[in-house]
Design a binder for this molecule. Sequence first.
Ligand SMILES: [Zn+2]
Length: 433
Amino acid sequence: MNLLIRNGRLLDPAHRRDEVTDVLIENGKVARIGRTLKAEGPKSDIQVIDGTDRWVVPGLVDVHVHLREPGFEYKETIKTGTEAAAAGGFTSVCCMPNTQPVNDNQAVTRLIREKARQEGRVHVFPIGAVTKDSKGEELAEIGELAEAGCVAITDDGKPVMNSGVMRRAMEYALAFDLPVIDHCEDEHLMDGGVMNEGVVSMELGLRGIPAAAEEVMVARNLILAELTGARLHLAHVSTAGSVRLIREAKSRGARVTAETCPHYFSLTEEAVRGYNTDAKMNPPLRTVQDRDAIRQGLKDGTLDVIATDHAPHTEDEKNREFDLAPFGIVGLETALPLTLRLVEEGVLSLDEAVAKLTVHPARVMRLNKGHLGIGADADLCLIEPEAAWTVEPARFHSKSRNTPFAGWRMKGLVAMTIVEGRVVYSTEEIRAV
Ligand SMILES: [Zn+2]
């Protein structure tokens, strides 16, 4: 089945396109772009999709997702996680290695890829561990992980505390041209904290995590990246100090990219009041000044990528006292409208916002994704920009419901997601895949 999307507003930052046009998809690839296209061949072979008043954008690419399989299938599976991705407009996700077992060897990488091929709704790119069992001690077989299809390495969920180990990891990763991603957090400074350290943590009587816990590790990683020449990607940046450090390193020409997440530019530590465990995440929600610095970092290009850090947990796990609940929130189904708020508020242009969800993350992982060039995989999504809706966690496609955005009014709805020319998600019932 081929597809013809008529009369949509095509937004493709990678090719500097923003125009009302038609897109013809043949054999899973973008075949032609232009006004009033006609499909060749018999009519029954082509499905026409009305793009009027819709945006047609490259499928979103998320470099930071926890799919939880293998090992934690009660929270999420490759199937449900990729269904959530498709519902959120994502066509490619990179999954973190902190599964059980940890993705620190080819067998686990192959298992994930095989499951994703069989049951996944969207493309899944595994990320391997930096160290064996992500214990931070002995390096994983980085070359073998690369060979099995891992697109990056990280011990995300925890930092690589030992700077010597991190240096060697960067040297190895450089040999395979893999980015090294670090969850920047000094465990000793974190010291059992559960939220941002500040006035709110004091008032609530909760142990705080200082901004410095993140910033000293950002600084260390930048220094090691400059020492080794490795490609460094900093996960979920949350503080003003981190933004400043990354900006300085970039101005020196360091090979560093960085991501933040919608919650860090949308919320502050105030969301934790009432001991709301759906606002418990790591790094924690910070102050208004941090949130504003994150927005500024997105605007000036210091922060290249918007990633979700989609981290599903069950209701039972979150329904505990604040100290005991796990860190993390789901994010795949709310990332796009939260990012579009930045456009409404004048922080980002629409082009910049789309780029940070598509071509920039694809470039970090060296994926030929996130753009709609002729001959590229037809991974794209259709958005109804004016459609308003309310976040109802019960309707999430994810297995988990842990979001601090329940009840929020959103503008901008994913109407359809297409992967290699196949409709994998649609708000309309007519789609036969
Ligand atoms: Zn992390």
